[in-house]
Write a protein that binds this ligand. Structure first.
Ligand code: F6P
Length: 546
């Protein structure tokens, strides 16, 4: 990575960030009436507006320059070239190959990957089509009506989010998702199912994840106890990179769909992990989803930095986090079908960029990934927006909304949704001065003393930054573009942080301790070696369970 001057660059950016904050967004709009024109970028009918952020065109130019100095372009090219940029695991990061065309020629370690990708897609398509048409049925000859995906993290969040996002295109079997090891999750799902018409997909990259293996074993018993051991194969499929472990579970090879170690779990919805999506919407729509992501990939790879949506989104994210010091970002889709997008982005962003050690093994030179959270509007408005508008912390907001909905008969709803989304972004930015608050109270007939007393509570500081992502309609291609946009944004921010965005060692310690505590909870071993609080809690749990 070209290091020269980067530290100076970061310091200069912090100064710029503070100056831009002090200048204010509202004031900028007053001075620059054309601000929207110069501060938005487009890809087809998707638009990213950053004009309501506290940054000037000159700041943006400086950010683009910083990206150049930090080697964002070289790093991006290394990713697309299949280099092992996941350096702590010695792996390439090639999820872009999953939505490429074979002729795009992606390869890693000198080995082309396009043919293998196409082969798995073709097998998935044949299987999904046969289940959807009833050509492949359950063990008693009944058509499959319910598909249950059993997976967690990247083997759950992508498919569950996508099936919901593309609900208007859902014409296949019903989809269910079981992720939590809490028995309530699988219990409440199995309660809805007829074993004869159910298909379980065990989705696990490693095929060792305890939550998934536990839920898969319970589902297996559900089938074996009701339909007999011989029926198990007809009601199961698996998705994994660990094909040997899948074979040991007893699922027939023809029902196993592989992927590769160059696909990170949280980047895997485009792979065979997307099988529940394909079963729900069909292979053709799934290909449209891939094509949308491919369009974003090509744009990210080739568009100039200053016109590049993922680059701009990444730079503004970095600006908010590092240059302006905001600790969190709120994901606020004004689209009910993006209900699970905030949770998906939590994993994508926080598992990728929640790191404190750089690629050089040294502590990072800046803070890294922010806290990511959110909820669809308008529900969020009636819950946590109070804090967004008047709390003591400023939280940059990321709004997204479609100009159109899939329900033309309910156009009035979409009008209201759009009005709310635009209103919130405007209110965050403009706020309401003390003087305006006072006048409003007086206009309602209150006396001067009352207006004086109440006005401070009704003042909004404003100048709270937000970005807006606007699209025409949430169809499969648009949704593919949106998810790929966020994937590449995480890449850009990770490159600026100087970290490896593609490992997740931080999750390991908890997993190891859970394994060692299982025998303590069951009473097979004692609490020695564990801290006093853990030992005390185990004692109380044991008493509560007797
Ligand atoms: O939560 C940690 C993690 O390793 C994620 O990165 C991954 O998506 C998830 O567990 C599930 O892993 P697997 O697909 O191997 O079961």
């Amino acid at each position: 990575m070209p290091e020269t001057g980067l530290n100076d660059g970061f310091a200069a950016m912090r100064q710029r960030g503070a100056a831009a904050k002090a200048e204010g967004i509202r004031e900028r709009f007053a001075k620059e009436p054309q601000r929207f024109e110069t501060m938005h970028v487009r890809l087809g009918d998707m638009l990213l507006d950053i004009s309501k952020c506290a940054l000037g065109r000159d700041d943006l130019d400086a950010l683009v320059e910083l990206a150049r100095k930090a080697g964002v372009e070289e790093k991006r090219d290394a990713m697309f070239a299949g280099a092992p940029i996941n350096a702590t695991e010695g792996r390439a990061v090639l999820h872009v190959a999953l939505r490429a065309l074979p002729e795009d020629g992606f390869a890693t370690g000198g080995k082309p990957v396009g043919a293998e990708v196409e082969d798995v897609l073709a097998r998935m398509s044949a299987f999904a089509s046969a289940i959807r048409s009833g050509e492949i049925r359950g063990s008693t000859g009944k058509v499959i009506t319910d598909v249950v995906n059993i997976g967690i993290g990247g083997s759950d969040l992508g498919p569950v989010m996508t099936v919901l996002a593309l609900a208007p295109y859902h014409d296949g079997p019903r989809a269910h998702f079981v992720s939590n090891v809490d028995g309530a999750h699988i219990h409440d799902t199995l309660k809805l199912l007829d074993p004869e018409t159910s298909l379980f997909i065990v989705a696990s990259k490693t095929f060792t994840t305890i939550e998934t293996m536990t839920n898969a074993a319970t589902a297996r018993r559900f089938i074996a106890e009701r339909l007999g051991e011989a029926a198990v194969n007809a009601h199961f499929a698996a998705v994994s990179t660990a094909l040997d472990k899948v074979a040991a579970f007893g699922i027939d090879e023809a029902r196993v769909f592989g992927f590769w170690d160059w696909v990170g779990g949280r980047y895997s919805v485009w792979s065979a992990i997307g099988l529940p999506v394909m079963l729900a919407i069909g292979p053709a729509r799934f290909r449209e989803f891939l094509a949308g992501a491919r369009e974003m990939d090509r744009h990210f790879r080739h568009a100039p930095l200053a016109e590049n949506l993922p680059v701009i989104l990444g730079l503004v994210g970095w600006w908010h986090r590092v240059a302006q010091g905001y600790p969190a970002r709120a994901i606020l889709p004004y689209d009910q079908r993006l209900l699970r997008l905030p949770a998906y982005l939590q994993q994508l962003d926080m598992e990728s960029n929640g790191k404190h050690v750089g690629l050089d093994g040294e502590p990072t030179r800046t803070v890294t990934g922010p806290l990511v959270w959110g909820e669809p509007g308008t529900n969020g408005q009636h819950a946590f927006y109070q804090l967004l508008h008047q709390g003591t912390d400023v939280i940059p907001c990321e709004f997204m909304v479609g100009a159109n909905s899939h329900e033309p008969a309910l156009k009035h709803h979409q009008d209201l949704l759009l009005a709310n989304c635009l209103a919130q972004a405007e209110a965050l930015m403009r706020g309401r001065t003390l003087e305006e608050a006072r006048k409003q109270i007086l206009d309602k007939g209150a006396d001067a003393a009352e207006a004086e007393r109440i006005a401070p509570h009704r003042e909004f500081a404003g100048n709270r930054p937000s970005i807006m992502i606007l699209y025409k309609l949430l169809d499969p291609a648009t949704f593919g573009r949106l998810v790929a946009l966020y994937e590449h944004r995480v890449f850009v921010e990770g490159a600026l942080f100087g970290i490896n965005s593609y490992d997740q060692w931080g999750v390991e310690l908890g997993k190891e301790l859970a394994t060692s505590l299982l025998s303590v909870v069951t009473g097979e071993t004692g609490t020695q070696g564990h801290d006093g609080s853990t030992a005390g809690l185990v004692e109380v749990i044991r008493h509560m369970r007797t």
